[in-house]
Write a protein that binds this ligand. Structure first.
Ligand SMILES: NC(=O)c1ccc[n+]([C@@H]2O[C@H](COP(=O)([O-])OP(=O)(O)OC[C@H]3O[C@@H](n4cnc5c(N)ncnc54)[C@H](O)[C@@H]3O)[C@@H](O)[C@H]2O)c1
Length: 440
């Protein structure tokens, strides 16, 4: 076992992975198990049910949790246990579970993770707030009540910082502020001001405060990973056997931008660039996600230390540049569609990731991994795609949903063939204007 994940008494490190059936949780569970940790997955499989209710499914044919776990045991000789439980609802069962398992680390992925889904209607807003905030609170509350000395690694989002341009890199969670007071200059490091742009991101901002409180009041050891948009599908472990394959979301609600473009390219469906495409976002490949989690586990803050916040990000890109790259590799055109989100049409984003690099992360670069992903899994399973679920159905502005439900609005310029697409300058001009019809 990698020494940083060894238990102090020399035994196996016990890890609970909440949300371990999901896109990030499943490959993380396998990675940690392969490193020799004793892994227990806790998941209510709600994500699989949400897929069914939205009329979509993972592009990849993911197996049942039981089949996944048997396959892992057959392939690796390692056993991962599974507990079906909804975190944030059945508090007593969760508290008793952790008192019984006595984990060294809890990795908490168990939240509703789609910003568009969280903006669908009042119902999804309420589900997201209640689900996410109660889940996070139950985890820390149970740790405090049981008195377990376990390290909590929580998955947050870079989106808590918001996306307005600042002219300096987003720091890792904290910002030094000074204020002039009558008795002199006051200095303090505060949480970087949250500026969430969706109900989902609002829950991550609320989670931050919950974590701060319990770290201070109950001396819990907590790491909050502010993760960028995860792309790619397979890790070394999920590729070992087809029964271990990871999920791949491509639909308008749960698909993240890069993976959506990969599927659209595989289908020859014009890549759907929301608005101008000059929105800059932070990214990380799924292989790096699992490594980062292991690095964070191995570097726990001391009990009572302030929450350690790490930006789990490897690079930033403008959406339109991603469309351009994938378009060039696949020969697929792109088109500007109405932007369902309320966000700056153009922004700069620089995110510090010094901590994870310092812990040894060697990033998977988009330019290296993209050609493989374009010709890989999305193309292999494109025949499973339900094209009707590709356009985004959610809308940030009340009253605009009806328009979106009719389908994306095309820009007057229509589909951009890559050779004849926007003038070269437009690709690099952060102030490029959205076509009028691409604004809601
Ligand atoms: N995927 C990304 O691009 C991304 C980016 C930044 C942050 N994150 C965060 O990482 C975490 C995992 O994301 P993901 O992409 O793997 O999502 P996912 O939806 O694929 O997986 C989440 C898993 O948690 C389970 N779950 C949800 N709520 C639960 C609850 N209350 N109790 C028990 N199980 C529950 C679901 O059934 C699912 O298996 C989330 O917190 C998300 O906000 C993800």
């Amino acid at each position: 076992m990698t020494s940083f994940l060894r238990h102090p008494n020399g035994g196996r490190c016990k890890i609970l992975v909440l949300g371990g059936d999901g896109f990030c949780g499943w490959p993380t569970s396998l990675y940690l198990s392969r490193l020799g940790c004793d892994v227990t997955i806790v998941d209510d499989l709600s994500r699989r049910r949400t897929d069914r209710s939205l009329g979509t499914s993972s592009l990849t044919p993911i197996r049942s949790i039981g089949e996944r776990l048997s396959a892992w045991e057959a392939v690796s000789g390692e056993r991962i246990r599974y507990v079906a439980l909804r975190v944030g609802v059945n508090y007593a069962a969760f508290r008793d579970l952790i008192a019984d398992v006595r984990p060294d680390t809890i990795v908490h992925f168990a939240e509703q993770r789609s910003a568009p889904f969280s903006m669908r209607s009042a119902r999804e807003k309420r589900l997201t707030i209640e689900g996410n905030v109660c889940a996070t609170h139950d985890v820390v509350c149970a740790l405090a009540e049981t008195g377990l000395n376990a390290h909590l690694v929580h998955l947050g989002s870079v989106g808590v910082y918001g996306y307005s341009s600042t002219g300096f890199p987003r720091p890792e969670g904290y910002l030094k502020v000074t204020a002039e007071a009558p008795c002199g200059t006051f200095e303090k490091e505060i949480l970087y001001p949250a500026d969430p742009e969706s109900i989902y991101h609002l829950t991550k901002a609320l989670d931050q405060l919950v974590l701060q409180y319990y770290a201070k009041n109950d001396r819990l050891s907590i790491t909050d990973l502010h993760q960028g948009i995860v792309w790619g599908t397979q890790t070394e472990e999920t590729a070992l056997d087809k029964r271990l394959i990871n999920r791949f979301d491509y639909d308008g609600d749960y698909g993240t931008v890069l993976n959506r473009f990969l599927v659209q390219a595989a289908l020859g469906y014009p890549l759907t660039v929301h608005g101008t495409g000059c929105q800059t976002r932070a990214f990380i490949h799924i292989r790096d996600t699992v490594r980062c989690i292991a690095l964070a586990i191995g570097d726990a803050p001391r009990p009572g230390e302030r929450v350690r916040i790490l930006n789990q990000v490897t690079e930033t890109h403008r959406v339109i540049d991603l469309a351009r790259m994938i378009g060039r590799l696949s020969g697929t055109p792109f088109e500007h569609v109405a932007n369902p989100r309320l966000e700056p049409e153009s922004n700069e984003l620089d995110v510090s990731n010094a901590s994870l690099l310092g812990l040894g992360l060697v990033p998977t670069r988009l330019t290296d991994a993209l050609p493989f992903e374009v010709s890989g899994i999305a193309r292999k399973y494109a025949h499973r795609c339900n094209r009707n679920t590709i356009p985004s159905q959610s809308c940030w502005r009340t009253g605009s949903a009806e328009g979106l439900a009719r389908g994306p609005t095309r820009s007057p310029a229509g589909v951009h063939e890559l050779k004849a697409g926007l003038p070269e300058k437009a690709w690099h001009d952060p102030d490029i204007a959205a076509p009028e019809s691409a604004r809601l």
